[in-house]
Design a protein around this ligand. Structure first.
Ligand code: NAP
Length: 279
């Protein structure tokens, strides 16, 4: 099977490394000549080009560009491929991407490999990035079953854990465990920074240790990624933020009323619940 990859960055490059190891011929297309050359040098692809015509014989094409470029990339790819070619994407948000891409190409399967690092670009590509990580596919009623099976088989060869759900269920779940934590963590840093007493602010900065490091990590990351989450998963992020505000209001009320019994019951239940998300 010939596999095409467009966007040879962290995710596209890592996919190329693993799929070549599995014996697939990997054809890579990227915007910049330099990236194409690096991909060849690093063994990410068998052939690379800045031209979509390289993909005319690909059986499956993975679109691994930033989210806003996924649909425009498919539009540019279409003149070079046949109707049998399966197109899949790796975007971290699914409902809006699946809606626009399915309109452009019948043989489209939405996907999201849930693995990554803090780095970007072809230099950050690494082997076995997807092993043991969830790989979610989000078919719709019109997604061809055979195409879904084919991309699922490719994801299984990466030793990823496969999940199938609707694009909206994906976006709602990802809002809760990925996008909400970024906003909560950012607002924690913002709340600390809004301390008006300079001496207290300075002491807080000096005293901050492992607890603050853990809870502030994702809020102190790449601002572009946070904006991307809010922009492309706006409805679900707003829903999860409202749920979070209700939880906060409940805690404020309990502490205000000095209801220590209820507070202890809540903290016991969150201690029991945490491993369910992390096992
Ligand atoms: P990345 O390392 O920045 O790679 C993206 C590549 O796409 C770049 O190497 C670039 O190629 C190309 N590109 C950039 N802007 C483009 C544009 N406007 N039009 C066409 N090509 C463009 O990003 P990534 O982290 O791999 O993310 C790629 C996709 O994976 C995104 O849709 C993201 O949502 C998804 N994803 C990311 C993660 C993660 O943790 N990073 C996890 C799961 C899914 P050139 O070098 O040739 O310019």
């Amino acid at each position: 099977m010939k596999v095409g990859i467009i966007g040879l960055g962290l995710i596209g490059g890592s996919l190329g490394l693993d799929l070549r190891c599995q014996g697939f011929e990997v054809l890579g297309v990227s915007r910049r000549e330099k990236t194409c050359n690096l991909a060849l040098e690093r063994g990410v692809v068998d052939k690379s080009s800045t031209s979509f015509s390289l993909l005319k014989e690909a059986d499956v094409v993975f679109i691994c560009t930033p989210i806003e470029a996924i649909a425009p990339t498919i539009e540019r790819l279409i003149p070079h491929i046949t109707p049998q070619t399966i197109i899949t994407d790796v975007g971290s948000v699914k409902a809006s991407v699946v809606e626009s891409c399915s309109l452009l190409w019948d043989n489209f399967v939405g996907g999201h490999p849930m693995a990554g690092t803090a780095e970007q670009g072809i230099e950050a590509a690494q082997k076995d990035l997807f092993a043991g990580a969830p790989y979610v596919f989000t078919p719709t009623e019109s997604t061809p079953t055979e195409s879904l099976n084919k991309v699922e088989q490719l994801a299984r060869s990466l030793e990823a854990r496969i999940y199938i759900c609707s694009p909206s269920a994906h976006d709602r779940a990802v809002a809760l465990i990925s996008h909400l934590p970024v906003m909560v963590s950012a607002s924690l840093i913002d709340a600390c920074e809004s301390e008006i007493e300079p001496e207290v602010l300075q002491l807080a900065r000096s005293f901050a240790s492992s607890g603050f490091r853990d809870t502030s990590r994702v809020g102190g990351g790449n601002p572009e990624l946070g904006v991307m989450m809010a922009k492309y998963n706006r409805q679900e992020l707003l829903r999860s933020l409202s749920q979070y505000r209700q939880s906060l209001d409940k805690l404020i009320d309990i502490i205000d009323r000095e209801d220590w019994e209820t507070l202890e019951a809540i903290l016991s239940s969150t201690r029991t619940a945490r491993p369910r998300f992390l096992s």
